[in-house]
Design a protein around this ligand. Sequence first.
Ligand SMILES: [Zn+2]
Length: 443
Amino acid sequence: MAERHIQENIQKRLGQIAPAIVAWRRDFHRHPEVGWTEFRTASLVADVLEEVGFQVLVGQEVMNLTSRMGVPSEVVIAKAREKALKNGANLKWLDRMVDGCTGVVGVWDTGKPGPTIALRFDMDALPVHEEATNQHVPARLGFRSEIEGQMHACGHDGHTAIGLGVASILSSLKETGCGRIKLIFQPAEEGARGAKAMVEAGVVSDVDLFVCGHIGLTAKPTGLIATGVTRFFASTKIDVTIKGVPAHAALAPEKGKNALLAAAAITLQLQGISRHSGGDTRINVGMLEAGEGRNIIPSHAKLTLETRGVTNEVNDYMTEEVKRIVKAVAMMYNVEEHIEIVGRSIAAPCDELLMNRVKEVAISTGREWQVVDTLPFDASEDATYFMEAVQKRGGLATYTLFGTELSATHHHHAFDYSEETLLIAVELLSQLVADVLFSEVKV
Ligand SMILES: [Zn+2]
C-alpha cells in the first residue's frame, strides 16, 4: 500500500481540483464531438497533460492510420477540425492529428525501474439531440450541448475529465515512486472503432497493468464501485448497402429491382437467426434508409446494424449468419449487396489479481464506498483490445464500474449522472496508480 501521507496528499489535492474536474466535464459536455472528430477535446486534453508535466503523444504517434474503423468522410473530418479551431482548439496539436487521428497519450516516467500502469479514457460523443427542457440538469445549469445533433449521452465527457483529474493529482505529488504511468485518451469508442488502432500502434506493448472504467451502466448508486465486470459482449458493427434498379412504378414496375423490399426482408430475416447454445446473442438493425420517391421503384437502400455475442465465438456465428442472410435475400430480390465491417469489439476477462488490488486500495482510502467484485457489463467495449494485448504479454487488466444515479438510460437524450461519481473515480484511480508506483511489492 502507498504510505498514508501519500494517500492523504491525494485526498487533499482532490479537494483543491474538484471544481476544475467538474468544469472540464461541463466544458466537454457543451462541446461534444463524435468519433474521429474529437479535435477540440483531444487538443484540450493535450494542453492540460503538457501543462502538468506529462510527455504528450498525439495522432499517428499513438494510432495506426489503417487499423481505424468507421472513419467518416474527409469533408466531415475537415469541418469538425474547423469547428474545433473556432471553439478554442490549439493549432499546435491539430496539426499533429492528421486525418482525424484524434488519440492522445500522456506519459509520466519516474526514471526509476518499475511497472508501467496504463489507464484508458474515451472521449467521443453520440449523434443524439440533447433534451432542452429545464428538468434536464445540463440545460438548466447552462452546459447543454452547443452542437446540434451531438451529445455526451454516455458519460465520456466525465471519463475525459476523470483522466485530466488523475493527471493533475499525480503530477502534483512531491515524491515520484518507481515505474511509469500512461494515460490513454481514446477516440471513437462508440461503434467500437478506435481502440484497435491504438493497440496496433503499440500504445500498450510495454504495459504491465491496465485499468479502464465506465460510470453508470449497471452500477448504481453513487459510491458503488465494481472492481471488474463479467459479460462483455463481443460485437460487430456492419453497414449493408443494397443496389437495385429504378423504374416507373406504374408504367414498368417489372423493370425495377426493388432495394427497399430487399432491405426490409433482410431486417426481418435477421431477427430469425437461431439462438446459440454457446450463450446470449443480440441483433439490431438500427437504421434503414431506402428509395427515391413515391412513384419510383426504390433503387438503393442502406442498413446499419450490429451483432453481439457473450463470447467471441458466438458473435462470430452471428456475424457469419448476417452475411449469409444478406447475400441470400439479395439473390432472392435480384439486387446487389455490399457488406462492410465498420466496428468490432471482443470479449475479455478481468484479472482477479488486479481486481483484488483495486479492492484493497479502495478500502484503504477509508472512504465509505461500497466495493463489489464484479457486475455484469451486458454491453460492448473496445477497451477489451487493450486488455487482451496486455494480458497476452503477461500483464493484468481489469474494467471497473463507478456507480451513479442516472436521469435516463445511456444513449438517451435526457441522460445525466452524478458529478460526485467523477471525484470518486479520480480518487480511486489516483490512489491505485500511487499504490503501484510507491509499493515495494513488484508486479
Ligand atoms: Zn460509453
